[in-house]
Design a protein around this ligand. Sequence first.
Ligand code: COA
Length: 185
Amino acid sequence: MIDTGALRTQPELSGETVVLAQLDDSYFEGAWRALRDPEVIRFTGTHAKFTEERIHEFLASRPGLADRADYAVLRKEDRVYLGDVVLSDIDEDNRSGAFRIALTGPDVFGKGYGTEATKLLLDYAFDVVGLNRVSLEVFDFNPRARRVYEKAGFVREGLQREALWWEGEWHDVVTMAVLKSDPRP
Ligand SMILES: CC(C)(COP(=O)(O)OP(=O)(O)OC[C@H]1O[C@@H](n2cnc3c(N)ncnc32)[C@H](O)[C@@H]1OP(=O)(O)O)[C@@H](O)C(=O)NCCC(=O)NCCS
């Protein structure tokens, strides 16, 4: 059994430099900024064009969901919004879920925030929600993200050849996963 109540209530998760807090519409400004950042758009392979109204709606609808956990990544010292990290596609029967993360832009990349947020979310997924497996997809041109995932315990499982069409070229998508029983460094 997984604890869907823990998904619904999403406790705040506190690390050394970041805090994960329930994502909601109060973080619109930062979320909107991330959605317009060229690097974030590229590394997340976002083809969709969003409207402000749609993003307000999306953020406002995050609290209280029992089938996923959308967290805002906040800098611990001042609670500045750094990005979001999400556990989704929860499969209760197989106790599995999917992971994604995106910080807001280059000014906050490479400072250790992504690694810490990833580890905090995995601890929550396995130790609080009770999942057994968390998987993700990452593009072949994103070695920074792959490094972060390996540091958090994700293991490469496969390759989806030419699964992304981006700026006139095909790219492979790497699939990675971590199990509850895997080492979590
Ligand atoms: C991916 C992301 C979450 C990583 O978070 P971050 O805070 O920038 O990363 P960290 O600072 O925690 O760690 C980066 C690690 O990658 C390494 N790294 C950076 N660039 C690298 C490169 N080109 N090749 C290999 N490793 C690289 C760093 O050295 C560091 O590893 P180390 O601690 O062993 O030295 C963040 O950069 C981001 O949101 N990027 C844009 C969106 C994105 O890529 N999302 C993931 C989609 S799958």
